[in-house]
Design a protein around this ligand. Sequence first.
Ligand code: GLA
Length: 642
Amino acid sequence: MKRKMKAAAACMSIMLAAQGIPFAPGVQAADGDILVTDFEDGDVSAFSKRGDDDTSVIAATTEDAHSGKTCMAVTERSQGWNGPSVSLEALGCEPGVQYIATAWVKMKWYNTVRLSMQFTDEDGVAHYNNLASVISQNDWVEIPLTKFSFSEGMKDVSIYIEGDDKAEMWVDDFSLTCAPVYPIEQDIPGLKDVYGDYFKIGCAVTEGELAPKSTKELILKHFNSITLGNELKPENMLDQKATLAYLEETGDNTVPKVKLNSSAKSILKFARDNHIPVRGHVLVWYSQTPIWFFNDDFTKEGKLVDKETMLKRMENYIKGVFEAIDAEFPDVDFYAWDVVNEALLDGGAPREPGSYEKNNGSSAWVAIFGDNSFIEPAFRYARKYARPGTKLYYNDYNEYMKVDAMIKMATDLKEKGLIDGLGLQSHLNVTNNATSDPFPSVQMYASALDKFCETGLDIQITELDATYAHSVKDGEKLQAQYYDGIMEAIAKHKDQISAVVFWGTTDDQSWRASETPLLFNEDYTAKPCFYSIIDGIDYTVTEPKTTTTTTNTTTSTTTTSAGQPEKTVWGDTDGSSEVNIMDAVLLARIVGDDQTLQPEEVTDAAKKNGDVTHDGRVDNADLSRLMNYLAKKISYADLIPQ
Ligand code: GLA
């Protein structure tokens, strides 16, 4: 085995290295490798077959190799899923950290080779997720660099390589490393503070995106609203197994069973622990809702139920979602819910009847109801079962193409007391089809917004992003100008608009990643469009100890007490009132006597809070205890004097 390092240590050192920080004496600089091997030493001990039913025999061989003379052979496989597996826990990998895996693989005949992940959820159910796939035709192929992470609720996590059939498999040049970690920029204003007097500033995030610590820090700094990107959608809330079991037991086919899965829980825990309000998304939608939900026997093959049955299912589903959330997350502030999503085509007609799984864009709701008459009962049930005070929205895209239809529908629902507002998705394009014309233009967007705001309904911008074709000259500059115009139009209506939510965090995580539509680069640096939308806004930061005032184009920041803590928060060296990786970074620099440190960073308060071993000095023992806490190996109580 060429290199094998405990994952927690490897990733911590990559975090420090990424920040150009000199390591404290005794802290080992490493490059984030966890298991990197070309098998030349014949060691295959980190790989095992996948349980007793797996017949694979795993051994080093010199019969074939991608590089050097030796590789790992996996012979006597009797099923496609048989294969070499690596236990992430055994390697010390941690939940919430991003990893990258790659390998060269060869399989006999023509085979799809997959890199997959297996884990057991909190209910003991095994899950198998494909991470990457390539085709081998009896030749060496590379499984490309694949980023992945896992969350706390996932147990017995392993990654493995499988194929379509039982053919022999050879693996070489396997590598599992920590993904590069970029620190967030601390010295820029937080968006939520800049727009603090205007509206909430939110972002959508999926469980995978939330894994890196820097993404969490980015959210804490800039956003005061979270939308779960996928995790609360029907396809993730519906539990087919429990639904079928209930049907068999009772014969009642009106009760779809609902549960929060571990991915939803992990984001909701983050929201709860950090007191971040959540936009619920989404209850009733034609898409990301499995077709079995609409079929008589709750199977994919069944026939659509009638309207009456579907109404009961809808009511039970909506009730089930609110109950599941209230049971486990009563403290999370769900201030808004999208009740119905995307029911109108441009121009305002209902969608085509059908199944979106077979025919993208078509709606099983319309297939059953014949038209959009399912919308009103959806709001009725949401009103009935949502916590009192929850604001309910109709959410749609291309809203500037359906202004009248959206307003008409919402006005009817408002008269009945069923709706509170409209969600305007705002998936925008700075350049359209590689020409430099935006769509919609800022004027088109602004005039639609004027009309929506005249209704007296609450308006939320729910999924904002603005793409540009990279072939266009000065695209990033155009994007900044466009965002500036759009945000100016939005800010004008601050009294009618209660939230502006971006659909994602960093560009690489966007659903439209290739056209970089968001405010932050992959390395978490702010893009020109970030600066263009804060420019000209007067704001005051209410966070402790730092006052930032921006007037027109100049920003001045006064930090009193150099941002250092006034009260003792053990572990909090940087005075943020939180204990996170940035504290370990500062402590490492202090312990390592980093000459580039500014006097205001090495304060008495920093040293006092950093002395988590309570022996009157800061040294490697403090750093190691703090890292152990951050790696969740010890509890916060271990940082406090006993
Ligand atoms: C729509 C949906 C969102 C999301 C985006 C694309 O706008 O409302 O939930 O799926 O598409 O990611």
